[in-house]
Design a protein around this ligand. Structure first.
Ligand SMILES: C[S@@+](CC[C@H](N)C(=O)[O-])C[C@H]1O[C@@H](n2cnc3c(N)ncnc32)[C@H](O)[C@@H]1O
Length: 407
């Protein structure tokens, strides 16, 4: 084999405190310096000029900048060199000096003459991805992007064996569309041994889990309603104590009518570490998916998210419906399908205009999404006549009447 065709030998350089010489202060230096600084290298930049970004790094004391051209001897004491001036003769001379001194050297103008190549690199949570394809830097970048992206969104399953997130992760799964979970949530799901899932949320993601993952359907835990939360807490605690990586997957955001804090408190009492990963709440995303912004300039300066799980006249209700009726902005009701007639009546009785537009969005962001429009005066009857079923988000206010394409 021709010496030049031999594959590069990959290695991770530990440059902290070690001298690295960068020749040239242009675009190449601008791209390489942040990584060298992050690696803790003692960087000497030799260049008569520099880009503003490189200059800023020098001003910040991250690199030492000598404003001059390369002179032989500059590589004395270096462990690694980046040769990237706009002067081919200087590059060749510096490269020869590097060879002479046995300093690994990358060269921007002549990869074949270099003794080292810079891989396309990316990082994700303690993993460094470095890709070399020889003479195809675009392919290197594409492979790097695919791997880093896959690690970030959990589609590339690479469980941690040394340092897995201990305890329980309380993950907000978003409103239902599997693409609407956070990158962190998806990664934790990909690393889980046990997943305790709600009825709402991105249930499609459960199908993608490897067979060894135990999926517990929280809706099917066999206790009465009052006991169910305790049983869920117990399941989380038992599995975490058994050393499993547990994900509690919830719909929307864990802290928006999600009983998330009850689980956090139960875990804290049991001495189990808990990570909370926010999710996209249905209260904003479901209206949005149906084309309704919860605020709009000149229309609504506030939106209020309210639970409708108890009727206005119910003594257990903590909601001041009279105060809500006086607000001009948007009301977003969750868990209100069964009681929307009584809620609408209460709002009108307390002064909200009966002609206020209302939209009911069922199973938002999923393939079954549907939107039913009404007014405060008609919504109770419309919901019954149309057979609207939970889960649905009900939006009340002038934002409902806004249409795309109309200012
Ligand atoms: C117990 S609450 C949980 C809310 C959740 N934590 C959140 O932030 O979206 C359940 C209610 O959220 C609303 N909901 C959640 N997902 C929905 C969806 N995909 N479409 C319509 N409503 C949804 C419904 O009002 C449902 O009754």
């Amino acid at each position: 084999m021709d010496r030049n065709d031999a594959p590069a030998y990959p290695v991770g350089l530990r440059l902290a405190g070690r001298r690295v010489v960068v020749l040239g202060g242009g675009q190449v230096a601008q791209r390489r310096l942040p990584g060298l600084v992050a690696a803790g290298a003692d960087v000497l930049l030799v260049s008569p000029s520099a880009t503003p970004a490189v200059e800023a790094m020098a001003d910040a004391g991250e690199v030492r900048w000598e404003r001059r051209r390369y002179t032989p001897g500059d590589l004395a004491g270096a462990w690694y060199a980046v040769v990237a001036t706009d002067d081919a003769a200087a590059n060749a001379a510096a490269s020869a000096e590097a060879e002479e001194r046995r300093v690994w050297c990358v060269r921007s103008d002549d990869a074949e003459a270099a003794t080292a190549w810079t891989p396309a690199t990316g990082r994700d949570e303690g993993v460094t991805v470095a890709v070399l394809t020889g003479r195809d830097p675009r392919r290197s970048a594409a492979v790097r992007d695919a791997v880093v992206e896959g690690l970030r969104d959990g589609t590339l399953v690479a469980p941690r064996h040394r340092a897995r997130t201990p305890g329980v992760a309380l993950v907000g799964g978003g409103p239902g569309d599997p693409d609407l979970i956070t990158v962190r949530g998806r990664r934790l799901l990909a690393e889980a041994d046990v997943v305790v899932a709600d009825r709402l949320g991105p249930r499609d993601l459960l199908d993608e889990l490897p067979p060894h993952v135990e999926v517990i359907d929280a809706a099917k835990i066999p206790y009465g309603r009052a006991m169910a939360q305790e049983a869920i807490n117990d399941a989380l605690i038992q599995h975490a104590r058994a050393g499993k990586a547990v994900v509690r997957l919830k719909g929307g955001d864990p802290f928006v009518f999600g009983r998330g804090m009850e689980e956090v408190q139960a875990l804290a009492e049991a001495g189990i570490a808990c990570t909370v990963v926010p999710g996209i709440s249905s209260s904003i995303s479901v209206p949005g998916a149906a084309g309704i912004p919860v605020t709009h300039r000149g229309v609504a300066h506030e939106f209020t998210v309210v639970s409708g799980h108890v009727a206005p006249e119910d003594p257990r209700s903590l909601v001041d419906w009279a105060a809500l009726a006086r607000l001009r902005g948007t009301l977003v009701l969750l868990m209100a399908v069964e009681r929307i007639g009584a809620i609408a009546r209460a709002l009108v009785e307390h002064g909200r205009d009966p002609q206020t537009p209302v939209a009911v969005v069922q199973e938002g962001t999923t393939a079954a999404q549907r939107r039913v429009d009404a007014t405060l005066a008609t919504v109770g009857a419309t919901v019954a006549a149309e057979g609207v079923r939970p889960p649905a988000v009900i939006v009340i206010g002038d934002v409902v009447a806004l249409e795309a394409g109309r200012a």
